[in-house]
Design a protein around this ligand. Structure first.
Ligand code: FES
Length: 157
């Protein structure tokens, strides 16, 4: 069966939105929320799975300014502003990240290293406040730890 080779993330999304109105847009939204942009290989797979021409998918992506085709920064910082994180000081962590990197949410640092995103609940509320950098989760983050966390990625360069 062809689905075996397909990306499990996409299989799940397609099943979730199958037959629902606006499903292509909703799936693209979910992909972008997860990756920070819509990777080309996922568009290609999606085209096969939904039996929608790739050109149509790109039409939708380029029509809505919201969608991005390239990673907005090398590392995506997702700061959780869900209720649990908010109550445990996420706003302070957000301010600290903004101060250190000199960017606001939705922006990329000049060197292209970080993109800052604010999201709702990363699904690990017990660890609040939570930030996620790429696929790595940092829990119970304190203001004075933010610089250290970010510096790991800066040193890697
Ligand atoms: S509210 Fe932040 S992880 Fe759930």
């Amino acid at each position: 069966m062809e689905h075996k080779k397909l990306n499990p993330e996409l299989v799940e999304l397609v099943q979730k939105w199958k037959g629902k109105e606006g499903n292509l847009i909703m799936i693209l939204h979910e992909i972008q929320n997860h990756h920070g942009y819509v990777p080309r290989e996922l568009s290609l797979e999606l085209s096969k799975m939904l039996d929608v021409p790739l050109a149509r998918i790109y039409e939708v992506i380029t029509f809505y300014n919201f969608f991005k085709l390239v990673p907005p920064g090398k590392h995506r910082i997702a700061l959780c502003m869900g209720t649990a994180c908010y109550l445990r000081g996420a706003a302070v962590i957000l301010e600290e990240i903004k101060n250190i990197l000199g960017i606001a949410e939705g922006q990329t640092t000049k060197d292209g290293l970080f993109y800052l995103d604010v999201v709702r609940c990363l699904g690990c509320c017990g660890l609040a406040p939570v930030i996620m950098i790429d696929d790595k989760v940092y829990g119970k983050v304190k203001k004075n730890e933010v610089a250290d966390i970010l510096s790991k990625y800066i040193k890697e360069e």
